[in-house]
Write a protein that binds this ligand. Sequence first.
Ligand code: MN
Length: 221
Amino acid sequence: MTKFAFTPHDTVSLPITGSDERFPVRRIYCVGRNYADHVTEMGGDASRSEPTFFTKAAETIVHSGTDIPYAPNTSNLHFEIELVVAIGPDDINDGIFGYGVGIDLTRRDVQSAAKAKGGPWDRAKNFHRSAPCSALTRAETVDITAANLSITKNGETMQNAPLSQMIWKTPEIISRLREDMDLQPGDLIYTGTPAGVGPVAIGDELSGHVDGLAPIKVRFI
Ligand code: MN
């Protein structure tokens, strides 16, 4: 048995709807620029090109119902509502274990500064408490083909789009990640956000939804 110099961190995990088992999280992959109207609102070219991938640490997960302290070193913390695809150990259905609703919290001012310098934007995306995610729903219990993705801030709808607007569909994203990044059971994929991203302030409540899935609800303090 391995002798560690100190006690390792516990495995990050997510609840599974209707089960007392939990989903052990390994890595978090994120897809950028995956809804044309969001690419356009960010000033980009929405023509289909290579998908943009970035990562967040598993430890950035925030569970639904959590109060989140406003992130440090930003004055423009943004929400991006996203379908989360969870990869499991079975080969059926592209290895998809289930689905969740996630918020890709983004320090937009940090990202803009990094883009202007042509530098990496890891600090804009991969920071403490930057990946709220709902409980997961097992794939075989839900059909999200025609589902809608939406988020409200203090009860007002901010983003609302059908998942069918994704430029890179889930099977294509999975295939790219398998050949490029070593996709494994426990990995989560945040699949990108539609138009309507915007800032949060202390006191704001976000509530994100995909038809048929458990919601994600967080508040900023
Ligand atoms: Mn995103």
